[in-house]
Design a protein around this ligand. Structure first.
Ligand code: PA5
Length: 435
């Protein structure tokens, strides 16, 4: 169940009300594959497709990883790791499942050392994920963890502990995987990194943790089907149309807020999804995130009284894991006995209502999204909802929501400055400019 509540945004629509006709047209463009980037719409079919292709091998590999040790190092960056990490932190590792450690998402030596230390002398496997197979950060990270595997187990056993998720045919990683005999999974040609969590990219590591990926796929298939509805009751239309209306009214920053810290990496996944999809051609809502209640005591000031270019989208869950009751205190020295016997979940819900009212009064439109839970069902709902709404919203904005030409600029400069063969002239030029 996905529910969008726009009552906290309605007072701010002004001259720009949600344009449902535009949402309908964008949805049609997407489903009929007639818009820009239509070669990258395979994500809408992933839950069905994966059952017909790799699901059995993913389930078997997840079991092998759990049997071989209690840790899996997931090496990838951007869309090649954020979805798995988001689900892992939201849902949590199941009993008997492997712990996930993440590497290759930066070049920090301190973080690399911390991860190796955290791994300790435990038995582990590695899942290297890169669609292109050439991204520097994960390629370097993989080199390190592959080296550790070989030193610990020898080359043959190391090869049986490496699982590669990459392009079906191209790239350095694919060639290495074929040569070394690593079990390989596919990032489909028609699925971009940030839309790939329901492929082997997300499913293999999640399966290794014991998370029920079959349930995720079942709910995702049902959710995509229900979000196909062509009416103003479609939550994707509501969200996409509302945020585009607010953007036209000058609300250029969207803050994704949640009162559950386990949502933190979901917000990172969402930021990539919306930032890469919509931030182009000089356009796009800037996606930011906060973690409440903690950030009410830091960013809360800015949200309440800073420039009025913000909209706030709050994610909540219809059902939360077990609560905790505030104990009574015989002395009541802290004066909190008025809350004794109340549940933390109940107090948090009241705090949420208080914040909503304050922020709306402060001039920040509020969009509320509720999903079922912080488990497999809620995760699948969030993924389908945000992905489809992003495609619709991007088309409403008039951009191609499925490319990311801007991320190439830094890569070229970095390769040139690092002295990658083929980039010599550019490196020379850049060094002159930096002198
Ligand atoms: O969404 C995207 O396309 C990017 O975030 C990529 O996933 C990221 O740059 C990693 O690329 P690759 O999987 O080719 O290593």
């Amino acid at each position: 169940m996905i529910h969008v509540d726009l009552t906290g945004a309605a007072p701010f629509f002004g001259a720009h009300t949600p344009d449902y006709a535009a949402a309908e047209a964008a949805h049609r463009t997407l489903s009929e594959k007639t818009g820009a980037g239509s070669d990258f719409l395979g994500w809408t079919e992933l839950p069905r497709r994966i059952r017909e292709t790799e699901l059995a091998r993913i389930l078997a590999a997840g079991k092998t990883i759990r049997e071989k040790g209690d840790a899996l190092v997931v090496v990838g960056i951007g869309g090649s790791y954020l979805g798995a990490r988001a689900a892992y932190e939201l849902i949590g590792r199941r009993e008997g499942g492997a712990e996930l450690l993440f590497a290759g998402n930066g070049l920090s030596a301190a973080t690399l050392r911390d991860t190796i230390e955290k791994l300790g002398d435990r038995d582990f496997c590695v899942n290297v994920v890169s669609k292109s197979g050439t991204t520097l950060e994960p390629a370097l990270g993989f080199r390190v963890f592959r080296d550790l595997l070989i030193k610990k187990y020898g080359e043959e056993e190391a090869n049986s502990r490496i699982f590669a998720t990459t392009d079906a045919r191209r790239g350095a990683l694919k060639s290495e995987a074929d040569a070394a005999g690593w079990e390989s999974f596919v990032v489909p040609d028609d699925v971009g990194g940030r839309y790939s969590v329901l492929s082997a990219v997300g499913l293999l590591p999640l399966c290794a943790t014991g998370i029920d990926i079959q349930k995720i796929l079942t709910v995702a298939e049902e959710t995509f089907a229900s979000l196909g509805e062509r009416s103003e009751a479609n939550p994707c239309w509501q969200y996409a149309a509302a945020r585009q209306a607010l953007y036209k009214s000058g609300k250029a920053v969207e803050i994704l807020a949640c009162y559950e810290p386990r949502f933190r990496m979901m917000a990172e996944w969402w930021k990539q999804l919306y930032g890469e999809s919509e931030g182009k051609n000089g356009l796009g809502i800037f996606p930011a995130s906060v973690e409440y209640n903690a950030d009410l005591h830091s960013m809360g000031q800015y949200i309440q009284e800073g420039p009025r270019h913000l909209m706030e989208t709050v994610v909540s869950f219809a059902s939360l894991p077990g609560g905790y009751t505030v104990p009574a205190d015989a002395h009541d020295g802290d004066g909190l006995n008025y809350l004794a016997g109340h549940d933390f979940n109940e107090i948090a819900a009241i705090a949420r209502a208080a914040v909503k009212t304050a922020h709306i009064e402060g001039g920040v439109p509020n969009l509320a999204i509720e999903v079922t839970d912080m488990a497999e069902t809620g995760f699948a709902e969030l993924v389908c909802f945000f992905e489809l709404a992003c495609g619709i919203s991007g088309y409403m904005e008039g951009v191609n929501p499925f490319d990311q030409p801007g991320v190439e600029a830094y890569k070229k400069n970095m390769f040139a400055l690092l002295g990658k063969p083929g980039y010599e002239e550019m490196g020379e030029e850049l060094r002159k400019r930096l002198r």
